[in-house]
Design a protein around this ligand. Sequence first.
Ligand code: OOG
Ligand code: NI
Length: 454
Amino acid sequence: MSHMHPDDIRTLFSSAMSDLYRTEVPQYGTLCDLVAKVNETALSRDAQLARRMRRDGEIDRLEVERHGAIRLGTPAELATIRRLFALMGMKPVGYYDLSAAGVPVHSTAFRPISDSSLEHNPFRVFTSLLRLELIVDPDLRQRAQEILAKRKIFTARCLALLEQAEQQGGLGSEDAREFISELLETFKWHREATVDLATYRELRAAHALVADIVCFKGPHINHLTPRTLDIDLVQEGMPALGLRAKDVIEGPPRRAFPILLRQTSFLALEESIRFIGDGGDGTHTARFGEVEQRGCALTRKGRALYDELLAKRRSAASGSATPAEGVARAFADFPDDAKELFKQGLAFFRFEVNSKRVAEQSPPAGADLSQLVSGEWLDLSPITYEDFLPVSAAGIFRSNLGSEVRASYDVAGHQRDFEDALGAPVLDEIALYETAQANSLSACERQLGMVIST
Ligand code: OOG
Ligand code: NI
């Protein structure tokens, strides 16, 4: 029996999750409809963008492109999630320490890593693990641990199919469908808490996120994010549709040449919850909606400059009328066109042979990469940023946890602890972009029949 390709299982998963969230949170459907309209507008307004996206196979993926987020309670849950997501070609990429932003978790993003898998369907899941050690009160910490130790977040059938897939090297199409429907159970919303109201309140007082992770039967999907080509238009369009958008768009300002990631969200719903015991009716906010615009991936040097300018944003903001102006002012020093970003080694690009130029005049023998680019024998196409930004993530977490904001925890991140829990190292996202860029250069070398030195 032949196995279903992991890319196809991932597509089943992402569309099943999207259908689930549409029924659970109707506002998500409203947002997706708005994003589809805005994307149409953006493509019809910018013929060059439309052409590039069609050529790079990005148009098709745009319609289905989503990311989701889940928050796990124990190392064992994280290790099993890694094995489950591996069946769909999703690997842990990057380490995000949120403790500096006052959020008691650390995280990774499970996502496909090869060019062809990303093109097929780039579904990603931002996955956080609770850091129990950040609960200060030892008694409360102990109780949280005991509550989490008792829960089973995966169905027995889901785990059986996982074992089977690992032994046989994959799943046939019928089993794959059953696997997705079993896996969906893990991410569904449950109105019934696993604790009484008093316990919920104590955990909530420690941190709203602790309550969200510890008090429920499983790691409900807390948002699903479509990708837009114009996030400012989406932000403007939200209020008229009854979506309460957060005030500021996270990430870099609007630019001619988009970089990294800009994100905004609408506020979490207040949901009624049934707690254990008498008088157990209450509410909890967890689930929200988010939208993002993705731009070009940055090199380590580019990312360092981004982080530096972001840190300067506050001082720049002091003389500005709005936070958006503050960000725009801070980023005035960041080059805003492809050639300059390439020249300064700030961003990652895919190289493409400009056949027309080559037909007119062959490139000089021995020309290096920068000569070929400046002479326009090679065109630059941005490599899309496929990951997340910790400062933005912290802003998204915060805007959706209610009004309580706490200061940073006094502890650094612990990537080793995270990887021990995961049962594997996380991949370095920069190395993945370097590989994508190098692969495109090799393709150009083959096409031009020459070695290109860098
Ligand atoms: C995850 C927040 C981070 C993003 O897009 O940066 C995130 C969460 O709230 O669990 O999804
Ligand atoms: Ni998100």
